[in-house]
Design a binder for this molecule. Structure first.
Ligand code: SAM
Length: 296
């Protein structure tokens, strides 16, 4: 299976491999396994005995990854977990590298019934971990107007948060909001037409905000940033790919603090971004930013 199998094209592969210095005999943690694209590349480069510990909480992505990674036998160890629990099952100072490739995989976005995409009709689900029993529809129909506004501002950096929150509350009084297209239309109507961008759909930030809040993405990133690096051996490296400024800022600030404290050494003064060629080949890579640090 090629690394571009199953519709998810991994980003910044060469750059990540260079920073991780993949070598046989070493152990790497892929904390966001997704479809297994990056992991299979690490496993190829660490043959015959490199180990990858793969973590993923989405059952659907996991079944793709299991398939893709089958040829590597017991060199890949897979856990269905939230990556915040990483230090509970990977010992302190035992890994040579960690990769976090944040956000969604195409496996999730492309399935209308998962509710992540505003382009297609689907239920407002947006759970990455299907074991959770709260969906985006629960947030959208139950949060107070103030909480909706906070969510849109804080997780979506949406300047029309107040108007959208009001519109959601008005609409759900008529009938609960259950589908992606209904939410999209509500947002489109709430933002004055002259402020609709031609480049990005006006509903982009709203969908991002509910997805981030529902899956507690920033809290999870905060927790792994605090504790995850401790599983690295001295000289081990952590690579983090983020897809929006909220995440990138958190990574940048934590790396700076750990660098000052003498725990980590920053290897990327500025974030590494995909080449023009990669951006052309894989439009999803356009917003990717890679930061890397080494345990001292
Ligand atoms: C961009 S994709 C990773 C793609 C992967 N690098 C590849 O090459 O196929 C991000 C993945 O991280 C998973 N994920 C996000 N937050 C997670 C968390 N807190 N714990 C475990 N997995 C998480 C998502 O479900 C998604 O499958």
């Amino acid at each position: 299976m090629g690394i571009e199998g199953f519709g998810h094209v991994p980003v910044l592969v060469e750059e990540v491999m260079t920073f991780l210095r993949c070598e046989p005999g070493c152990t790497y943690v892929d904390a966001t396994l997704g479809g297994g694209g990056h992991a299979s590349e690490i496993l190829k480069r660490t043959a015959p005995d490199g180990i990858v510990i793969g973590i993923e909480w989405d059952e659907e992505a996991l079944s793709y990854a299991r398939n893709t990674l089958m040829p590597f036998g017991d060199r890949i160890k897979i856990f269905r977990e939230n990556f915040v629990h990483l230090p509970d099952f990977v010992g302190t100072e035992s890994a040579d590298g960690i990769l976090l490739d944040l956000g969604l995989s195409s496996i999730q976005v492309e399935k209308a019934e998962r509710g992540f995409s505003f382009r297609e009709e689907g239920p407002l689900d947006m759970r990455m971990d299907q074991r959770s029993n709260r969906t985006a529809a629960d947030l959208i129909n139950r949060l107070s107007s103030e909480e909706l506004e906070y969510t849109l501002t804080h997780y979506g950096e949406e300047r029309w948060a107040k108007k959208i929150a009001k519109a959601i509350v008005q609409e759900r009084e008529r009938d609960p909001i259950r589908t992606t297209q209904r939410l999209r239309k509500i947002v489109h109507r709430a933002i004055p037409g002259r402020f609709h961008s031609r480049r990005i759909d006006p509903a982009t930030r709203t969908f991002q905000a509910f997805r981030i809040r529902l899956n507690e993405e920033l809290d999870n990133l905060g927790k792994i940033l605090e504790t995850g690096w401790k599983v690295l051996k001295r000289g081990g490296r952590i690579c983090i790919i983020s897809f929006h400024s909220l995440e990138d800022r958190m990574v940048k600030e934590t790396f700076r603090r750990l660098d000052k404290q003498g725990e980590m050494r920053i290897l990327t003064k500025k974030p590494v971004v995909p080449s023009e060629e990669e951006q052309r080949r894989n439009p999803r890579s356009r917003s990717a930013k890679l930061r890397c640090a080494e345990r001292v």
